[in-house]
Design a protein around this ligand. Sequence first.
Ligand code: PEP
Ligand code: MN
Length: 375
Amino acid sequence: MDHSTDEPALLIALEAGLAATFRRRVRDRLASFGVQVSLVEGQGRNYLEVHGDVEPLRTLALDSWKGIDKALFLGAAHLHVTRTKTGKDDPAGKVAETSSAVQVGDLAIGGGSFSVIAGPCAVEEEERTLRLAAAVSASGCHLFRGGAFKPRTSPYAFQGLGDKALQILARAREESGLGIVTEILDPRDVEKVSSVADLLQVGSRNMHNYSLLKELGQTRIPILLKRGFSSTSEEFLLAAEYILSGGNPNVILCERGIRCAAATRQVVLDLGIVPELKKKTHLPVVVDPSHGSAEAYRVPALARAAVAAGADGVLVEVHDHPEEALSDGRQALSPEELKELVPVLNSLHGLLNNAETRQLNPLPGGTVASTMEEN
Ligand code: PEP
Ligand code: MN
């Protein structure tokens, strides 16, 4: 028998010794939000059990209402991004951590696969871009990235080649056969940019641009949503929720480093968010070790660490003459370095996933195999 409908969605502890008239006043005030409230008499303390749609009550400061001591929401908020248990979860309650796949053309990102997205920060001259796209393809990467519209801190810095860059990307797509990732800055450009892009990037600075997120929610275009560099995981997931709740389920999350108070560096790659996101959402998670480290020499190590943390892919910036790059040259790998890195990441992913599968295999005696115990 299913008891779930009998359980209250919200439990409220009233202040000890609260007079009956005040108890009824709190009950009626809550009921005015369209929920069903019943008073439960306890010993010395009374409670309110609330049934129905309590979502609008979440943003109210219930604890500060006169007569309320504590409010406890018993269920998680009903969000589209929330991971729900699947048939693949084991009976001991371990939630399967494989992401759902987001289809980008022929490529499935997530769902157990590992993808590498690479390319220059910005699209520059056509010849260079085509050369880089060929190198990215030859390295075994899956998608080619390059910014056409660049969100720069200074209005005087290179802003991207705009429409001209979109034409170059279309050519790179045709010649390399790779799908294209490029950033969307303006809700008015969605149609134009997505005529070239297979995956639309929403940059860190735009994670909070709710008009843009709502606009993308109205489409079915795959979106690479980068984490705001000062955002909590909750803010990140709620930004994704804007897109999903609009009707577009095709969102891939990207950790790209967060601001750090330490004096020596402005950005720290937060790899701890990868397992956290895997636990909380079914959406694929990729990691950008380039913006997350700001210096090329750190990129291979952080890319390997991202695989170990469970990322479904990485996004890496590449340039053939980093010292000449119009943006983010310091963090760009050379095509040769990329070529060396990709097979390492693929092997590492294969190794870790096989090891994980082995670890979860129950032994005949009913216990779970653990390599830790054997050592
Ligand atoms: C980029 O990918 O080039 C970029 C601008 O990234 P972010 O939004 O993470 O700074
Ligand atoms: Mn960049």
